[in-house]
Design a protein around this ligand. Structure first.
Ligand code: C2E
Ligand code: MG
Ligand code: MG
Ligand code: MG
Length: 268
């Protein structure tokens, strides 16, 4: 799973733990090197209004340049889980925050930017402060920055998540609960997390037009979200059939290959 979606691995118990440990150590030093040598880069994917397909805002997604294979990019599923375990995620999250605030400061006509913050940093009070300080220094209106947190991370420690979200709100940024619905959790916790945006997990969206069960689930999620005054986003909208179903179910915003893949250049 840590290697991302659409991959598989052979499990061989003979080369189990020491092999895995070596792998982890190799990745850790790669991440350290990437931080030192500035090997990270951000790609951008548009998020659009369901009503007229106009650009609403943009999500920044991190990649790591591979020194061993020039021109090759390493996807976040490969290194984010390792960085979360090693604690290097704090430096990665800081790098992303800085890059994005810099971009917003340099381009006043740019739509709002959404960035992903790891749940690992919830108990890190310095992160919201870091965001606030940079926004002030660069004179960026805080409403132009959206912080995405995964549902799984938020539910794993509601109190920490709640505190974290509150301090993000004090800075004036909006918060989006990412991968919503994937955590097998009840809706009840939403009472404690005052997020503005719910991004329904792609698992429920892929092939939605052919999946009655998922249509029922998505409808329920949209009802709950709207009942609580929150905006809904569907990720993984890969084709027009899916888009039509998403629109029919009342989702406000869409993201996915049907509208554009993440790329180095900003979406229009
Ligand atoms: P996410 O935040 O849920 O991001 C959505 C992922 O779905 C992205 O994968 C994106 O490229 C992919 N995607 C977008 N549209 C489609 C589609 O129509 N079909 C399919 N099959 N996939 C689509 P990516 O870039 O590999 O990122 C994976 C995850 O890594 C992200 O999931 C996020 O949790 C994490 N991540 C990405 N960038 C960062 C970052 O800067 N910091 C942290 N902490 N985590 C990050
Ligand atoms: Mg996200
Ligand atoms: Mg997501
Ligand atoms: Mg996802």
């Amino acid at each position: 799973k840590n290697q991302g979606k659409n991959t598989w691995a052979i499990y061989d118990s003979a080369r189990d733990d020491s092999e895995a440990m070596l792998q982890r150590m190799t990745w850790r030093s790669r991440i350290a090197q990437a931080l030192e040598q500035d090997l990270f880069e951000l790609h951008f994917q548009g998020i659009y209004l369901t009503s007229d397909k106009m650009l609403s805002h943009i999500e920044a997604l991190i990649r790591m340049r591979d020194l061993e294979r020039s021109g090759h990019l390493i996807m976040p599923g490969q290194f984010i889980p390792i960085a979360e375990k090693s604690g290097q995620i704090l430096d990665i999250d800081r790098w992303v925050i800085k890059e994005c605030i810099e971009k917003l400061a340099n381009d006043l006509s740019m739509p709002p930017l959404a960035i992903n913050i790891s749940g690992r940093t919830f108990d890190e009070p310095s992160l919201p402060l870091y965001i606030r300080k940079l926004l002030m220094e660069r004179g960026v209106e805080p409403g132009r920055l959206i912080i995405e947190l995964t549902e799984t991370a938020a539910v794993s420690d509601i109190q920490d998540a709640q505190r974290f979200i509150e301090s993000i709100h004090q800075s004036g940024c909006k918060v989006c609960l990412d991968d919503f619905g994937s955590g097998f959790s009840t809706f009840g916790y939403l009472k404690y997390l005052g997020v503005e945006i719910l991004k329904i997990d792609g698992l429920f969206i892929t092939g939605l037009h052919n999946n009655r069960d998922n249509q029922v689930f998505v409808k329920a999620m949209v009802d709950v979200a709207h009942g609580l005054g929150k905006i809904t986003v569907a990720e993984y909208v890969e084709d027009e059939d899916t888009f039509r179903m998403v629109k029919k179910l009342g989702i406000d915003l869409v993201q996915g290959y049907n509208f554009g893949r993440p790329s180095k250049t900003l979406p229009k």
